[in-house]
Each structure stands twice: as structure tokens, then as C-alpha cells.
Ligand binder design. Structure first.
Ligand code: CS2
Ligand code: MG
Length: 404
């Protein structure tokens, strides 16, 4: 048949940071793109795709999107985890891209059409101290932001998650080994309420504030923090405990009314099921790339809708403009979509991945190009080859390893 898959190629590149891009081509020349980037483990996904999965795609019918998903998930026998699910995610995105191009429709239309005028977003404001953070908040307000994530340094610590001297924050350091940083949870828990009080005082009640605790508190510490920040009426407190310890969220839930978001490290609906069904969270944060693509993310969002949980997908600069496009198409067409993380990209990334989606005045639009509406500048990607980079490793003040 003319529409069989004839080629599946994996492109690893590093236009300011590493990305893994999948390109699927059909017999009648339609090209679908997917993002398979897992920050700090890019080559593992590239090999899984190139060496084990891409050869199996040749001659398959690209229109059998769900069947290919099940074939790759159940047929592998070994399943779940960020590497396999990002590989499946990239293939799924590329197949939806092909379907849209074949139907001459944007993916959001294939998913049921718009349910909102625009996709709301939040960006990252950070500063080493409170005055620097307030300046960063000002910059976001000047761009029309209504939702702002705020992260600051902690007195006594020389490195803290989410705070960088580079405006284009990229946590993965280009080096042969991960950097290491010490974390003092008590100092952090004491400092966050002071930071949020200063920001709330500055922005008033109408701007939504978010904060990411980034996986590193014990259940009791997490409950203490969630309760201490109640007066600042956060939009959400994110990753307040390591996501695997799901019962820990019941501690936090019972201690506070602060809305909770978790799940950027999850990669299947089974990772999300307990927290959603027990209403222990308010937002599920899975990224389209890491959670098996559009087809699987739809199932996660549908389960969440049943239990009053909204989608708040992960969208930092370490998912590519292709995965962001997929997330925006889902945001435009999913009823219980809450908010899209959007950090923005360096100019070179926008050039390397020309896209129909657009950002303005605090919201994203998917664009109406057929499919996902993203292309690649292969010459530019080839000019920026993969460079070894690792996310940092965190340690407690006594030197024992902590979740970063
Ligand atoms: C963070 C991420 O954006 C977030 O919510 O948790 O920046 C995360 O640290 C990176 O994606 C890790 O690669
Ligand atoms: Mg996060």
C-alpha cells in the first residue's frame, strides 16, 4: 500500500542542548516527526529506537496508531520506564503527525477540536535572592504572564534547583560527569515561605504563583511546607515528595489545602493511577514525550477527568518543540487541561525546529498547519552534534545521595 512506513530515522543533535528526534517517512512521502528526548540519557533512547524499534516499523500501516502503540508496548515484553516510553512516545507523535498531514488537519482537530480559545501557560522566574527574584517576576508580568513559577536561592547553599545565572536555564551540565550539589531541607523549608510572601506582596492576589520542590522532601517535611505556604494561595506546589512514594502524598493532602502537582517523572497511566483515583493530587504532570505520546497521554487525562484532576504537562526546554507542539494540540482539545509549562527556547532551537505553534501574552496556540506543525532544519541539527551532558546529583549536607 502507498502509505506504508518505508523509513524511521533517529537524529541526535545539540542546538544549545541535546535532543533526540524521530523521523518516519511513508511510501507516498509523508513525513512524521516525534521527540524522544530524555534529559541526560538521550543516547539510551536513541539506541532503543534505532537498534530495536525502528526496523520493526518498516512496512507497517502508519494509520494503525493504537495497534502500533500496543505492539511496541506489549510486544517488547519489558515495559515502562522513561527510555522505552519516550521511544514509543516519539513514534506515537510521528504517527499522529502523519495522520494529520494525510487528513490535511491539525492534530487538535483529530482529537475532537478546540475546547478553549488558547492554552494557558506558566513560565519560570528565578533569582539567587529575593530582590533578584522580584526583578525576574517583573519581567514575566511585563510579558503579560498570569501564572508564574517562582524559585529562589537558599541562604547557605551555593546551588539550588531551578536557579541559574544563565537566563536560558538548562539543568544538564555539558561535562563527562554530573555536577554535585548539597541540599539542606530545613533551610529550604524555612526560606520558601519568606520568598512566597515577598512575591505575593508584590504581585497581589490576581497573579497565580507556582513552586517546584523538586522531589527532595520527606513526607513530614512536605506536609510542613504545604501547610506553611497555604497563606500564599499557590496555583500548585510541585513534586513535594519523590513521586514513587505515593502514599506520602496522603500526609501532605491531610495537612494542607495547597494544590498539589506531580508526575513529570511518570511514564505510564499505571504510575499515575493511585494518586489520581485517590484524589491525592490536583494536577498530573506527565509529558507527552515521556508518557507514551498523544495516545497514552489521552488515557491519563481521561482517568484524571473522572477524578477531578487536571492535566498540567511538563514542558521545560528539555523537551523539544515537537513534543511541545503535541502538548499544545492536546491542551487545545482536552477539557480537563489545566496549564502548560512553557520555559521558551533559545533562538537556535526555534530555528532548528521551525513550528506553527506560537506564544504570546502568556498563552500558546497550536497553529493550523496539518499534523503537529513542526519541521526540522536538518543542516542546522547536523551542525550541532550530541554533547555529553548530565543532570546534577544532589546530596544531603551529610553527603548521602538525595533526589535532585
Ligand atoms: C522541572 C524540570 O520544569 C520542571 O518542572 O522539574 O525543569 C526538570 O528539572 C528538568 O526537566 C529535568 O531535565
Ligand atoms: Mg518539575
Amino acid at each position: 500500500m502507498s502509505d506504508r512506513i518505508v523509513k524511521a530515522e533517529v537524529l541526535v543533535s545539540s542546538p544549545t542542548r541535546n535532543f533526540v528526534t524521530l523521523r518516519i517517512t511513508t511510501a507516498d512521502g509523508i513525513v512524521g516527526l516525534g521527540d524522544a528526548t530524555v534529559n541526560g540519557r538521550e543516547l539510551a533512547v536513541a539506541s532503543y529506537l534505532a537498534d530495536h524499534v525502528a526496523p520493526l516499523l518498516v512496512d507497517l500501516d502508519p494509520g494503525r496508531i493504537e495497534d502500533i502503540w500496543q505492539y511496541l508496548y506489549r510486544g517488547a515484553y519489558w515495559r515502562r520506564g522513561p527510555v522505552t516510553m519516550a521511544a514509543i512516545g516519539a513514534i506515537d507523535m510521528a504517527l499522529w503527525d502523519i495522520l494529520g498531514k494525510r487528513a490535511n488537519l491539525p492534530v487538535y482537530q483529530l482529537l475532537g477540536g478546540r475546547v478553549r480559545d488558547a492554552v494557558p501557560t506558566y513560565g519560570h522566574a528565578f533569582g539567587w535572592d529575593i530582590p533578584a527574584l522580584l526583578d525576574a517576576v517583573d519581567a514575566h508580568l511585563a510579558k503579560g504572564a498570569k501564572h508564574i513559577r517562582v524559585q529562589s536561592g537558599v541562604p547557605g547553599l551555593d546551588k539550588v534547583y531551578g536557579v541559574s545565572k544563565d537566563p536560558n536555564y538548562e539543568p544538564a551540565g555539558r561535562a563527562a560527569r554530573p555536577s554535585e550539589e548539597r541540599f539542606d531541607a530545613d533551610a529550604y523549608i524555612r526560606h520558601v515561605p519568606k520568598v512566597l510572601a515577598a512575591v505575593r506582596e508584590k504581585v497581589g492576589d490576581d497573579v497565580h504563583l507556582l513552586h517546584d520542590a523538586h522531589h527532595r522532601l520527606t513526607p513530614t517535611q512536605a506536609a510542613r511546607l504545604a501547610k506553611s505556604v497555604e497563606p500564599f494561595n499557590l496555583f500548585w506546589l510541585e513534586d513535594v515528595t519523590p513521586a514513587e512514594d505515593q502514599e506520602a502524598m496522603r500526609f501532605v493532602r491531610n495537612a494542607s489545602t495547597t494544590p498539589l502537582a506531580i508526575g513529570e517523572v511518570f511514564n505510564t497511566i499505571w504510575d499515575c493511577q493511585y494518586l489520581i483515583e485517590n484524589r491525592l493530587i490536583d494536577y498530573i504532570r506527565t509529558a507527552v514525550v515521556h508518557a507514551g505520546g498523544i495516545s497514552h497521554s489521552r488515557k491519563i487525562y481521561a482517568l484524571a477527568e473522572v477524578h477531578g484532576v487536571k492535566a498540567g504537562p511538563h514542558g521545560p526546554s528539555d523537551i523539544s518543540p515537537i513534543a511541545l507542539a503535541a502538548s499544545i494540540h492536546m491542551g487545545a482539545s482536552t477539557h480537563n487541561f489545566g496549564i502548560q509549562e512553557y520555559m521558551g527556547y533559545a533562538d537556535l532551537v526555534h530555528e532548528a525546529f521551525p513550528h506553527a505553534w506560537s506564544y504570546d501574552d502568556g498563552v500558546l496556540q497550536p497553529g493550523d498547519a496539518p499534523g503537529l506543525g513542526v519541521d526540522i532544519d536538518e543542516g542546522l541539527l547536523s551542525a550541532h552534534p550530541y554533547t555529553t551532558a548530565y543532570l546534577p546529583v544532589a546530596r544531603r549536607m551529610d553527603g548521602s545521595v538525595l533526589d535532585w
